[in-house]
Write a protein that binds this ligand. Structure first.
Ligand code: MSP
Length: 653
């Protein structure tokens, strides 16, 4: 089976990230996913183009710059560089990095705006409505919750102004029909259903301008310089401007093969605005004319990482800290964890404990041990192989690799990275079992078994060579080390990962070098906890052998009943609330990641359970002194409550 098909072209984009802050876990996840996919398709022989970049205009950026007392361009320059540096540090292999403040982008945005205006797709009108500055969009009455933005839980501002509008409403039926007829354009399927859900409500025309009296930080409308372009209309077009715009050579080559990788938070602009914009601009083909344009800008949508829902002992406090764990554990371990842990499309919880668990179990134990024992055995006994003879391989392994490769291919076709890795790890298990059952160390002691020994060692070398190739997209640095250890200097291709290709001779076997410690085990009882960690688990040695804690260790937790006296959102955070609580006579501030589950007002006056002796930590600039306890399962979260009243400060045991 070969996945090599030189004709295939693959254009993959990430969202362009806002530069009002530095890169964090969420941005890194999407970019790592995109990179793994791009590397996989390149390995398969495709002509791949991977685009990422930064979204630099709009209110959000203008306000962040104003708060910091600097011009928006200076803020943009600094943070765009921070994104570039982070991607370099993570080894991301993007082919282009676009910034929306670049002239090459502004030119295409203005050209397309002018063309749409000339075609009558854009008109001047007046609109009044409730506006959220955080989301940079108007909310309809149906979407508003308790008079507030459903995302930010902040009050909305009523704004009435004259603006230019894109006639999006006329595309409603076209879009609905398209989504219904083509289930593959939005994956996983639940996100297509979500879009169809949006389309059950009448689609409004889209305001695509902002008056310069209110906002100057944007691309001027080419037909009226009293306005700048609405940031989403500007941002989405990066996918086209980075190819040089309609008509450019790269556009003709790559645009028909576009796949947009996005998080579920930006499904609506990508699944509703964007196809309508493309349709209006003539950048999508119609169903009938199956020509050179894509039928739809295909969307591949992933879920959200949440923090701290798991074990409280050593969880990370925020998304920037989570990304910093790449420095602590290495890029490959981090990549492996995020790709393996999150089923593509669903939410997952990020904890340092879970990362370390996978590092120790999957990487150090399964993969690292296999590489170490196999290369050690080969290096020790390769000289026994009779020269000048082609090595034979065990057919059992060949079948396993054939099946494994097909499973990886099928999973990658669906962006199911977790399944692709599970399939590779099944192979690793098969090869580890092969070593156990064949016992090459015993064969080596028996001169009558030399032939058998050489077959086993040759099969192991071949298995490592294939694994080195299959692992390249996911753990590139370690995979390259495996390839080097088995002496494979040939061009890396997926097609070459066919187990049993007749290339290996006994001389090759002697070129194999011992590779140990590919992923050293991490002992977390010995390491320093990250911010905001309680001392719930004792130092090394105090835990009982079963992994349970003693009653004395439990008693170190100071759990108390507390009364919430005030609650407000933490600025710029979707998830965090700042709570003022009373603990007996004492008043404290606690930051809790519950904003998506409880409106602040609903909490005031409630009794909750808190960990009172937690080390203080600063979250999004707010000092937090303690932790509120809640249960969680998947997306659901519930605060612990008392089933009858007790005074605040009461001890929980
Ligand atoms: N600038 C817009 C996108 C414009 S695209 C034309 C934007 N930027 S953003 O900086 O907020 O990045 C949003 C994206 O970052 C999400 O769609 C997702 O890809 C990623 N993530 C941010 N936080 C995330 C998690 N907690 N979990 C997973 N990914 C998330 O929106």
């Amino acid at each position: 089976m070969s996945s090599r098909s030189p004709e295939r072209v693959f254009y993959l984009t990430t969202p362009i990230y806002y530069i009002n802050g530095p890169p964090h876990l969420g941005h890194a996840y999407t970019t790592i996913v995109a990179d793994a996919m791009a590397r996989y398709r390149r390995l398969a022989g495709d002509d791949v183009r991977l685009l990422t970049g930064t979204d630099e205009h709009g209110d959000k950026i203008a306000q962040a710059a104003a708060r910091g007392g600097e011009p928006p361009q200076a803020l943009a320059d600094r943070n765009a560089q921070a994104f570039r540096d982070e991607w370099d540090a993570l080894g991301i292999t993007h082919d282009d990095f676009i910034r929306t403040t670049e002239p090459r982008h502004a030119r295409v945005v203005q050209d397309i705006l002018q063309a749409l205006f000339d075609k009558g797709e854009i008109y001047f009108g007046k609109y009044g409505g409730s506006y959220c500055f955080g989301c940079e969009r108007f909310y309809t009455d149906k979407e508003i919750v308790d008079g507030k933005c459903p995302d930010h839980q902040t009050p909305l501002t009523y704004i009435e102004e004259e603006n230019y509008f894109f006639r999006m409403s006329v595309y409603q039926e076209w879009l609905r029909g398209y989504l219904e007829r083509h289930p593959d354009v939005v994956q996983p399927d639940r996100y297509r259903n979500e879009l169809l859900g949006f389309l059950r409500e009448p689609l409004q025309d889209l305001s695509i301008s902002r008056p310069t009296s209110r906002l100057q930080w944007g691309i001027p409308l080419p037909f009226d310089d009293r306005f700048v372009t609405y940031v989403w209309f500007d941002a989405l077009l990066n996918y086209v401007s980075a190819l040089g715009g309609p008509g450019a050579e790269d556009f003709r080559r790559y645009w028909p093969h576009v796949h947009h990788l996005i998080g579920k938070d930006i499904l609506k602009p990508h699944g509703i605005y964007w196809p309508c914009m493309l349709k209006a601009a003539g950048l999508l083909r119609d169903d009938e004319a199956r020509a050179e344009l894509p039928g739809f800008a295909r969307l591949r949508v992933h879920g959200y990482w949440t923090l701290g829902g798991g074990k409280i002992s050593k969880s990370v406090g925020n998304v920037v800290e989570a990304l910093a764990l790449t420095r602590k554990y290495g890029n490959d371990a981090f990549r492996y964890f995020v790709l393996r842990e999150m089923p593509f499309g669903q939410d997952a919880n990020f904890t340092e404990d879970a990362l370390v668990e996978r590092l120790n179990a999957d990487l150090a134990n399964d993969l690292g041990n296999l590489v170490s024992r196999a290369t050690t055995l080969i290096a020790a006994h390769a000289a026994k192989a009779p020269a000048g003879r082609v090595l034979t391989r065990d057919p059992g392994l060949e079948g396993a690799f054939r099946k494994g490769r097909a499973a990886v291919d099928a999973a990658m076709a669906e962006f199911a990275f977790h399944r692709a890795l599970a399939a590779i790890w099944e192979l690793i298990t098969v090869v580890n079992q092969y070593v156990d059952s064949q016992q090459p160390w015993a064969l080596a002691k028996d001169p009558g078994q030399t032939d058998r020994l050489v077959t086993v060692l040759g099969s192991l070398a071949e298995a490592l060579r294939c694994l080195g190739l299959l692992l390249l997209p996911f753990v590139p640095e370690s995979a390259a080390r495996i390839r080097a250890a088995v002496g494979d200097r040939t061009e890396a291709t997926l097609a070459a990962a066919d187990f049993g290709r007749p290339w290996r001779s006994p001389e090759d076997l002697t070129a194999v070098q011992r590779l140990t410690g590919l992923f050293p085990r991490v002992d977390r009882t010995a390491d320093t906890p990250t911010a905001g960690t309680p001392a719930a688990t004792g130092p090394a040695g105090t835990a009982t052998p079963t992994g349970r804690i003693s009653i004395d260790e439990f008693k170190r937790l100071d759990l108390r009943v507390a009364e919430v006296v005030a609650a407000e959102p933490v600025p710029k955070s979707k998830k965090l609330l700042k709570l003022t609580i009373r603990l007996g006579d004492e008043s404290r501030t606690i930051v809790a990641g519950i904003a998506e589950h409880y409106p602040p007002d609903a909490l005031v006056g409630r009794k909750v359970v808190v960990v009172a002796n937690l080390e203080p930590a600063t979250l999004m600039g707010v000092a937090s002194n303690g932790m509120v306890l809640a249960g969680s399962a998947g997306d659901a979260l519930a605060l612990l409550a008392l089933d009858r009243d007790l005074p605040s400060g009461a001890k929980v045991r």
